[in-house]
Write a new protein. Structure first.
Ligand SMILES: NC(=O)c1ccc[n+]([C@@H]2O[C@H](COP(=O)([O-])OP(=O)(O)OC[C@H]3O[C@@H](n4cnc5c(N)ncnc54)[C@H](OP(=O)(O)O)[C@@H]3O)[C@@H](O)[C@H]2O)c1
Length: 513
């Protein structure tokens, strides 16, 4: 069957989110890196796919004096460099006519009056009713001042009016529970929770959305997705790069805040959550919250036993020598910030009681890869598994989030021949091979959902705060231990030996993607 026909057949009957209402998308930080690399290319691709509403405007906001043609050039450059599709001249021209720039200093509400007048003019010219999406693509320290400026300048009406106002907030939301609450409280003074879309771009990835499809659209997995059949679950999010240019942020954050509190706990909830009774956003988000609330706290001395932190030292990346973390530009030479975390977590609910979840993330690991491995219990030590000297490999379901998106099932099979010899074969599904390389970027899906008013893939306040509550005792323990040596690993290796020992405590070993 031709690929297009296959894709059409496979998607028939599934309802994509539909954004029908004319909208103005206001990007605060419109001249920044995120807008350049992700948001403007995503909007262009949505336009090419005919998924934007029939009437729309995109208005980048920043402090620098920038004309509309200059901003369109900036957007064109971003699309040329980062879009999954190159810009096509006529289509780009049509799209670019809807792209504008507005000047404002975020903490200065008085500069919002001219911005408001500019938005009104654009909306009048383009026959837009004033539905607004405000995207905070700005440093987290500017979230609260910007929202206050929106309030003072009366940019936001109450929910349920004739037009809508929605807010998109980038991560990180706070750097601990207290600061997350302070940001959430300040935003809640201006926006109702139904108007707030907290982005974790991992949740927009096709493979991440496919976790629920895999679990709940197939009859073979759900009956065995529990403590009786699963030995343990591993989640690895590996980065190949070092800290790069992000030292200013990262040296105060570290891997636990940067990766575990958000992306990795979100992956964990999707693997562990109970089946929701519907796909309604609140129902799905309730079940995900249950999973986070069921995580057993790791506190006090248990932190030392269940969590490994480490820093990379000098090593190699693709054969090229690379400096250690403390030698990177902008990093405190005495920094105790972790660039690697491995931890053992338990979800104390009926489904998972006693099943360890191992989470591992780090910078300067051998490759960039995110993968979930679900390792099933071994078969009894009889028949083909009778010889303790050569135990059978376990059955493993691996979900590859990135790169090479897809999933694989490792199953023991007989090697052809007269003798019984057993080898784990791989049933491998690759998105690229089956559906072509047309997967939309995470930001495309997420922007579309905000336009359609669907909050399913966005983090609710209670879940963000529950995740902070769970990581806070770990951070507190580390903050108390001011002199204990921090394990290290050479750049280009899979973390310190302590991480291998952590998982060996459960009789397992890390599966390197
Ligand atoms: N870049 C990414 O790939 C990425 C990925 C995930 C999350 N994020 C998050 O997205 C947000 C934006 O990231 P980014 O990389 O785009 O940041 P960025 O390039 O450093 O900054 C974005 C914009 O913020 C404005 N800005 C910075 N400091 C300001 C200040 N003190 N007052 C007013 N405006 C200020 C600047 O606008 P003007 O100078 O033009 O006024 C700048 O263009 C951050 O919260 C980041 O954590 C980024």
């Amino acid at each position: 069957m031709p690929e297009a026909a296959l894709v059409e057949r496979l998607t028939t009957g599934l309802t994509p989110p539909i954004a029908t209402q004319p909208v103005t998308i206001v990007i605060f930080g419109g001249a920044g890196d995120l807008a350049h690399r992700k948001l403007l290319p995503a909007l262009y691709n949505l336009y090419v796919d005919g998924l934007l509403p029939p009437r729309f405007a995109v208005v980048g906001v920043g402090r620098k004096d920038t004309s509309d043609p200059e901003y369109r050039e900036f957007a064109a450059d971003g699309v040329k460099k980062f879009s999954r599709r190159p810009p096509e001249a006529a289509t780009w021209q049509h799209f670019a006519e809807s792209v504008y720039f507005g000047g404002a200093a975020l903490e200065d509400a008085s500069s919002f009056a001219p911005l408001g007048a500019r938005l009104d003019t654009i909306e009048h010219e383009r026959d837009l009713p004033g539905n607004r999406i405000y995207y905070l693509a700005i440093p987290p320290s500017m979230f609260v001042p910007t929202v206050k400026s929106l309030q003072r300048a009366r940019f936001v009406g109450p929910p349920g009016g004739t037009t809508f106002a929605r807010l998109i907030v980038e991560k990180p939301i706070g750097n601990d529970l207290e600061s997350a609450r302070a940001i959430d409280d300040a935003i809640a003074e201006v926006f109702d929770e139904r108007q707030i879309y907290r982005i974790d771009h991992y949740l927009g990835k096709e493979t991440v959305q496919n976790i629920l499809v895999l679990r709940f659209a197939n009859s073979i997995f759900e009956p065995v997705f529990n403590r009786r059949y699963i030995d343990h679950i591993q989640i690895t999010v590996a980065e190949e790069e070092g800290v790069g240019t992000r030292a200013g942020y990262y040296d105060h954050a570290g891997a636990l805040r940067d990766m575990v509190q958000n992306h990795m706990l979100q992956l964990l909830t999707l693997v562990a959550m109970e089946p929701p009774r519907s796909l309604d956003a609140e129902v799905v988000r309730d079940r995900k919250l249950d999973a986070i609330l069921s995580l057993r706290p790791i506190e006090g001395a248990a932190v030392d036993a269940h969590v490994v932190r480490a820093q990379y030292t000098a090593g190699f990346n693709m054969g090229t020598p690379v400096p250690g973390y403390r030698q990177e530009p902008g990093v405190d030479p005495n920094s105790r910030t972790e660039t690697f975390v491995a931890l053992k977590a338990y979800i104390d609910d009926w489904r998972w009681a006693g099943t360890p979840f191992f989470l591992r993330t780090g910078k300067r690991l051998p490759k960039r890869a995110s993968e979930i491995s679900i390792e099933f219990r071994e078969v009894p030590p009889i028949l083909f598994n009778a010889d303790p000297a050569s135990p059978l490999d376990p059955t493993v379901l691996s979900i590859r989030i990135q790169p090479d998106e897809g999933f694989a099932l490792l199953i023991n099979s007989k090697i052809p021949g007269p003798r019984i010899r057993i080898y784990p074969v791989k049933m491998d599904f690759r998105y690229g091979a089956t559906f072509g390389n047309a997967s939309p970027e995470a930001y495309e899906r997420l922007l579309l959902d905000v336009m359609a008013g669907d909050q399913t893939l966005f983090m609710r306040r209670d879940a963000v705060e529950a995740a902070w509550r769970w990581v806070t005792p770990i951070l507190a323990r580390w903050a108390d231990e001011k002199t204990a040596p921090i394990p290290t690993y050479p750049g280009g290796e899979w973390g310190p030996p302590e991480a291998a020992r952590l998982i060996a405590s459960a009789g397992a070993k890390w599966r390197n993607p």
